[in-house]
Design a protein around this ligand. Structure first.
Ligand SMILES: Nc1nc2c(c(=O)[nH]1)N[C@H]1C(S)=C(S)[C@@H](COP(=O)(O)OP(=O)(O)OC[C@H]3O[C@@H](n4cnc5c(=O)[nH]c(N)nc54)[C@H](O)[C@@H]3O)O[C@H]1N2
Ligand SMILES: Nc1nc2c(c(=O)[nH]1)N[C@H]1C(S)=C(S)[C@@H](COP(=O)(O)OP(=O)(O)OC[C@H]3O[C@@H](n4cnc5c(=O)[nH]c(N)nc54)[C@H](O)[C@@H]3O)O[C@H]1N2
Ligand code: SF4
Ligand SMILES: [Mo]
Length: 821
């Protein structure tokens, strides 16, 4: 990550050296790789239009934002000369602490002027996936889509058309939302991406401004990075952690693997994969047994004093005390007790109890904190130690430091999320923060900062005429539901898909099953910039604009909303998502609701009370180009005593268990109300205590896992030559013992496989990889592997409470590649 570098100053020129080192990881080279070789820039600039003119060419600097799903949202300066983008450099936020740009941000040129960029609409002529296309006009493409869709709607209804929406392919307000207007207007079925839902659902307030602003890091005396690798995956945030560390905060990383973040930490705790929740529960027990809890905070900041009725698991409310139903539309507030027979709303009970069982009108009701203690009590530190493969003393000291050496912050990533039992970790760990009072103040927060797109979600995203959505199918279940023609007994008759800002064939689990399901469709339409893994299986591919070729708003992770100015006209025949949707809708007779230009639409998205409350208007954004959109500066979640949960408090008890994505499933597992641990669905290769190994481990003893790849944002930037020079091909990291046992040496090509599929890539022997685990950095596409794809290895199993892509809940084996396949 670089701060303030300009692309035209080369920091390295020895391309031969880089080529050599890129075969492994090139990470050392990347640490300072803020710059790109001068001659490359020149070449690209030339290719874009030439700069050899005698007079000084006209130069303009535009404001923009990098807005892929690294969710960094770095502000950019985009230099345009003679109508061509010639460089992207770091932009300046009002608070310069946020100023950053990375190698990807510096490489936009190579996406805009990518020779493989889609130029005109294409229609498939060969087999799906065979890459045989004919060029068609926009009129032909729109006509075909509109006619086919109208026929499908007439025969089977609009629910037979599925929308595969953006999961963050472009965090622009208009690009993300506008296609959903069409889906809402006609009533399409939504194929919900289901990425990272364990974090979103589990933490209660992990999403949105669900944590303190990242500038708060130095206020934390103890920082635990838990299942995250911010030096690679949140590069724009990483410096906040290192600065806190340099300033004296203790940095502890909990990760099965020795990551760059672990290497920079004071302590690395290598944990057995998918066992984190058990460790959290043991830490809670240690805090409770040693008096390291914060009872005052439990009373006011958590659901601890709320009384849970034995009869239905719901809280005692005022109506339970008075026996009178609340007036229509009136709130029925939750009550607490002082233990002396007085019940009332929290404001009226000065000193509520947090433990015990009480009788309310003949019904027994127990404090939520007592229920929590009961739920976790079997997770002694000794038992957790065996399960998590972490010594008793280490867990004990961790709990002590976290609770006693505060304020403490837990920075969670998505490692635990990627297993079927993962959501429980986020639920439990915020509970740990709650009972130790490590919330709602500077230096004390728990979770992960996540893009806030709140202002985009406004009336403008809804057309006047709303029909749909027709129902939801979680992405991982899309292939199964197409194959079976049903989901939870509800008929599924999908005949067509519209995909935008997404590359599901590369990014969802079970790629082969996705391809089979796409093959069942009559018409797959995708709006894309290049021929991705998914576009290859489409029938009609529509060329979409690059991010700088349109006006946009980027309401991404920094506490700022940034304007994307239109810097250049769309190249080739590319159109924006807004234009494309308008064309299709208008052709289908939806005229009035689909007339917006990007600017009009963006202005409408800011025409809402949330934005107004923060003084944000479209006019002001156009003028200042970057506006702060967090409610306070600095922002501390819960400092006002209110959390974004139904109860307004940290909730270690879930009163109502609802599915995070509702596809009609009936939930029966009421364990979800409180923290619990169970083994992951597949990735459990050893018997530990009473938890028996998955028998599949006899065939497939290794756990597949991944890591973010600094040179890619998922699959985006994945073909940029500058970045490929630094990191040239897919790899798998193996522990030396696992490699030796299989006769695998550094640089060998290996085949990673299980019953679902295989991938062939290069082996890197990496002692930091946990024995019994492999790490496959993500972001590569089919054409970049020797054979196969890592997305063929994974499975679609998830916990029905939290539909999710559980990538790491996967067992596999590795062997030396002997050619073939
Ligand atoms: N450069 C780049 N940055 C990105 C992205 C990208 O594609 N490229 N993607 C973005 C997106 S969408 C996301 S969701 C985030 C993800 O952000 P992170 O979660 O920070 O990224 P990962 O590299 O997946 O790191 C997860 C870590 O969890 C560890 N891990 C695996 N299993 C377990 C476990 O059972 N317990 C614990 N404690 N740790 C475990 C892994 O070893 C790994 O180090 O990154 C974002 N940032
Ligand atoms: N094996 C494995 N797979 C994973 C993960 C993992 O850890 N392991 N992580 C998962 C996670 S957490 C996530 S969030 C997902 C991300 O999955 P995706 O959101 O599918 O990620 P991208 O590869 O960024 O795909 C976005 C696509 O949108 C296109 N695009 C960009 N801008 C625009 C635009 O303005 N309009 C249109 N129409 N298209 C545009 C890009 O060219 C790109 O092809 O990947 C998941 N996949
Ligand atoms: S890829 Fe992420 S970190 Fe890099 S410039 Fe873009 S937003 Fe910033
Ligand atoms: Mo993600």
């Amino acid at each position: 990550m670089s701060k303030g570098t300009n692309t035209v100053e080369p920091s390295f020129g020895r391309r031969t050296f880089l080529k050599g080192s890129a075969a492994t990881m090139g990470l050392a080279a990347l640490a300072g790789a803020g710059c790109a070789p001068k001659e490359e820039l020149g070449e690209t600039g030339e290719a874009g239009g030439g700069s050899a003119a005698a007079e000084a060419p006209e130069e303009q600097i535009f404001t923009g934002a990098c807005r892929g799903n690294c969710f960094g949202g770095c502000k950019l300066k985009i230099k345009v000369r003679d109508g061509n983008v010639v460089s992207t450099t770091m932009g300046e936020f009002p608070n310069p602490e946020y100023n950053r740009i990375c190698t990807k941000g510096l490489s936009h040129l190579q996406r805009i002027y990518d020779p493989d960029r889609l130029k005109v609409p294409l229609r498939r002529v060969g087999e799906r996936g065979a890459d045989q296309w004919e060029e068609i006009t926009w009129d032909e493409a729109i006509e075909e889509i509109a006619t086919t869709w109208q026929a499908i709607i007439d025969q089977d209804g609009a629910g037979s058309i599925g929308l595969v929406p953006s999961a963050g392919g472009n965090f622009g307000s208009a690009s993300t939302q506008y296609p959903q207007r069409l889906s809402n207007a006609l009533g399409f079925t939504t194929i919900s991406p289901c990425y990272d839902n364990g974090l979103f659902a589990g933490g209660g307030f992990s999403k949105g401004t669900g944590v303190n602003e990242i500038t708060d890091m130095p206020n934390a005396k103890t920082i635990i990075v838990w299942g995250a690798n911010p030096s690679e995956a949140q590069t724009q945030h990483w410096h906040f952690l290192t600065e806190a560390h340099n300033g004296g905060s203790k940095l502890i990383t909990i990760d099965p693997n020795y990551t760059n973040c672990a290497a920079k930490s004071d302590q690395w705790i290598p944990i057995r994969p998918a066992t984190d929740t058990a460790m959290v529960m043991a830490m809670m027990n240690l805090c409770i047994d040693n008096g390291w809890t914060d009872e005052d905070y439990i009373k006011i900041g958590t659901v601890g004093p709320f009384l849970v009725k034995e009869t239905d698991g719901l809280y005692v409310r005022l109506s339970d005390i008075t026996g009178e139903a609340p007036a229509e539309d009136a709130e029925d507030p939750i009550v607490v007790t002082d233990g002396n027979g007085n019940f009332g709303v929290p404001a009226d009970i000065a000193n509520p109890v947090i433990e015990g069982t009480y009788e309310v009108n003949g019904v027994k009701a127990t404090c939520a904190y007592t229920l929590l203690k009961d739920a976790i009590k079997d997770w002694t530190v000794e038992r957790a130690s065996e399960l998590c493969d972490v010594p008793v003393e280490v867990i004990t000291e961790l709990a002590r430091e976290y609770a006693q050496e505060g304020p403490s912050t837990i920075y969670t990533g998505l490692g635990p999320d990627h297993y079927v039992n993962g959501h429980m970790f986020y639920f439990a760990v915020t509970g740990l923060a709650g009972i130790t009072g490590n919330l709602g103040k500077p230096g004390a927060t728990c979770g992960m900062d996540w893009p806030v797109a709140g202002f985009g979600i406004s009336a403008a995203s809804m057309p006047k005429q709303i029909v749909g959505p027709a129902g939801v199918i979680p992405g991982p279940l899309f292939p199964v539901s197409v194959r079976e023609g049903q989901i939870e007994g509800r008929p599924v008759n999908l005949r067509s898909l519209y995909i935008y800002s997404a590359n599901p064939v590369a990014n969802q689990v079970e790629r082969k099953a996705w391809i089979e399901a796409l093959n069942e469709m009559e018409l797959v339409v995708i709006a894309e910039m290049r021929m991705t893994d998914t576009a290859r299986y489409a029938d009609i591919v529509l060329p979409v604009t690059h991010w700088f070729e349109m006006t946009e708003i980027a309401p991404v992770i920094t506490p700022y909303m940034t304007l994307q100015e239109k810097c250049i006209d769309p190249l080739h025949e590319a159109k924006t998502d807004v234009e494309i949707i308008n064309l299709i809708a208008n052709k289908m007779g939806l005229v009035e609701d689909f007339q917006y230009t990007e600017e009009e639409y963006l202005a409408a998205t800011l025409d809402n009370d949330n934005a107004r409350a923060l003084g944000i208007t479209w006019e002001k954004l156009k003028e200042e180009k970057c506006l702060r959109d967090y409610p306070a500066e600095p922002y501390y979640l819960g400092v006002d005593g209110v959390f974004p949960t139904p109860s307004g408090r940290e909730q270690f008890y879930r009163e109502v268990v609802t599915p995070y994505v509702d596809y009609g499933q009936v939930l029966t597992d009421m364990r979800e109300r409180l923290p619990y641990w169970e083994p992951p669905a597949e990735a459990w290769p050893e018997s530990i205590g009473e938890f028996e190994a998955n028998p599949l481990a006899q065939k497939y003893p290794l756990i597949y896992s991944g890591e973010r790849n600094k040179m890619k944002c998922h699959t985006q930037f994945g073909h940029a030559p500058w970045l490929l020079e630094l990191y040239s091909e897919p790899i798998v990291k193996l522990n030396p013992d696992d490699a030796a046992a299989r006769g695998i040496a550094e640089g060998d090509y290996v085949r990673v496989f299980n019953d679902r599929g295989f991938v062939v890539l290069k082996a890197v022997i990496h002692p930091g990889t946990r024995p019994g685990m492999i790490i496959v950095p993500k972001g590569w596409e089919q054409d970049q592997f020797v054979a196969g794809h890592y997305a063929d290895l994974t499975s679609h199993v998830f916990n029905p409470t939290v539909p999710n892509n559980c990538f790491f809940d996967t067992l596999c084996e590795v062997e030396k590649y002997e050619g073939g396949e």
